[in-house]
Design a protein around this ligand. Sequence first.
Ligand code: ATP
Length: 356
Amino acid sequence: MPYSESAALRALQTLTDPVGGKDLVTAGLLGSLNFEDGTLRAVLQIDPAQAAKYENTQAEAQAVLAALDGVEKASVILSAHKAAPSVGGRKRPPPHQARRPEGYQGDTHVKRVIAVSSAKGGVGKSTMAINLAVALAKSGKAVGVLDADIHGPSAPMLLGLSGERAKTETAEGRRLIKPMQAHGIKAMSIGFLTEDDGPVVWRGPMVQGAISRMVWDVNWGKLDVLIIDMPPGTGDAQLGLAQDIKPAGAIIVSTPQDLALLDARKGVRMFEKVGIPVLGLIENMAVFTCPDCGSQHHIFGEGGAKRDAEKLSIPYLGAAPLTMSIRESGDSGKPVAAGDSAEATLFSNLAEAAFN
Ligand SMILES: Nc1ncnc2c1ncn2[C@@H]1O[C@H](COP(=O)(O)OP(=O)(O)OP(=O)(O)O)[C@@H](O)[C@H]1O
C-alpha cells in the first residue's frame, strides 16, 4: 500500500510523551512530517530541558514510522521547543488555543476529543455521532457530545430534548454552562442556548467562537470521550474548527455513494493537513433489507466505501444499514443504540471498533 499521512499520525499516536503522558500527536509535539521519495522525516518539538527523557521516544518513533507501508527510510529529529513570541510581556498562545479562557483546566478532565465528520450533508453523521456516544456510554464510558452544527443543530431532537434550555453553574471558580443529560450521555448544542430550535444564521468567526465556547465553557466534568459532531463540509470553517479544538482523531461518515465518497476523501485530506489522524471510515445506509421479502438492496451502491478506505490507507470501521427504526428512533428522540435491538448491538460493535 502507498504511504499515508493518516497512518503515520496513527503510528505516532501509539507512543507516549514521556513528560506529559499524552500520545505524541495529542501532546502537540509533532512539528512537521514530510514524505519524499520513500523517506519520511518527522520533527518532534520538545522542551530542551527535558531532552534526555526523549532519547527512547526518538528511536521508537523512528521504528514505528520506518515500519509503515511505502516508507523506505524514516528519520526523526528532536528540536528545541521554540518559546512563543512575547507580546507586551505576555506569551502569545499557539493559534488553536486562542480562545481558551485564561486558567482553563477543563480539558484536563476530558481524556479524548474525537471529531465525527462528513464532507457531505445528510449522510447520517449526527445520527451516527449520537448512537456511537450512547453505545459507548452503555459500555461504561463517560461520554459527552458537542453538536457543533451551528446552522442546523440536531442533538436536541435526536436526544428527545427539543425545547430544553441549558442552565449555568459555577465550577472551578468560573460560571459555566451545565451540559444536558440524556440516554447516559452529556450533551451540548447551540439548540440548547438559543430561543428556538430553528437554524442559526451566523457567519465565519462568530460560528467558530460559539463552538469553541461550547467546548471550553461547558462544565463537562470528567469524560473518557468528548465526541464533536462537526458541521458538514471541508471548508475553512471546518478546517478552523479542527485546528481550534485539535481533536485527537477524526471519524469520517459516508454513504457508499460515489459523490459522498469523493467528498469523504476531501475530509481525510482536511484532517491530515492539520495533523489530526483519521481513525477510520464508517459507512452509513450501506444496505436496505426489504421487511416483506428479506431481499437486500444497496440503494447507494456497494463496496465503494471499503475500497476507498483501502486506497486512502485508513481503517474501514464498519457499516450501518438503512433502516426504518434508525430513522424513527432519531425522530422520536430515543436513539436506537439505547435499546436492545440488532441495531443497538451493531452500534456497540461500531463504537468498539472506532474508539478502542
Ligand atoms: N442508517 C440510517 N437509516 C435510516 N435513516 C437514517 C440513517 N442514518 C441517518 N438517517 C436519517 O437520515 C436523515 C439525516 O441524518 P442526520 O441528520 O444524522 O445526517 P447529517 O449527516 O448529520 O446531516 P447534516 O449534514 O444535515 O447535519 C435523518 O432523517 C436520519 O434519521
